[in-house]
Design a protein around this ligand. Structure first.
Ligand code: ZN
Length: 86
């Protein structure tokens, strides 16, 4: 966890006001998240996703979603070969 721990109204307000203007928002991030994940997993240049990066930095739920997707695309779907599926 990288939570700063500041859950006071003033802390939450300053976090909200500090939102990056490039932030694409939850809907915008979800729209391209599967593409962004592929770029990250492939180690490709993600400069074009600056708005998504800004959003993931600010939004816990979307960041969690990204982490889950990245874990899913990063692991071998059949570690023991395709024949090992039940
Ligand atoms: Zn979000």
């Amino acid at each position: 966890m990288t939570d700063t721990g500041d859950r006071s109204p003033a802390g939450r307000l300053s976090a909200f006001l500090a939102t990056d203007p490039r932030d694409v928002g939850c809907a915008g991030a979800m729209e391209v998240l599967h593409v962004y994940v592929d770029y990250v997993a492939a180690g490709a240049d993600t400069a074009r996703f600056a708005g998504v990066v800004a959003h993931l930095r600010a939004c816990g739920p979307c960041s969690d979603e990204f982490d889950g997707l990245l874990a899913a695309v990063s692991q071998d779907p059949w570690p023991d070969g395709p024949g090992s599926a039940p």
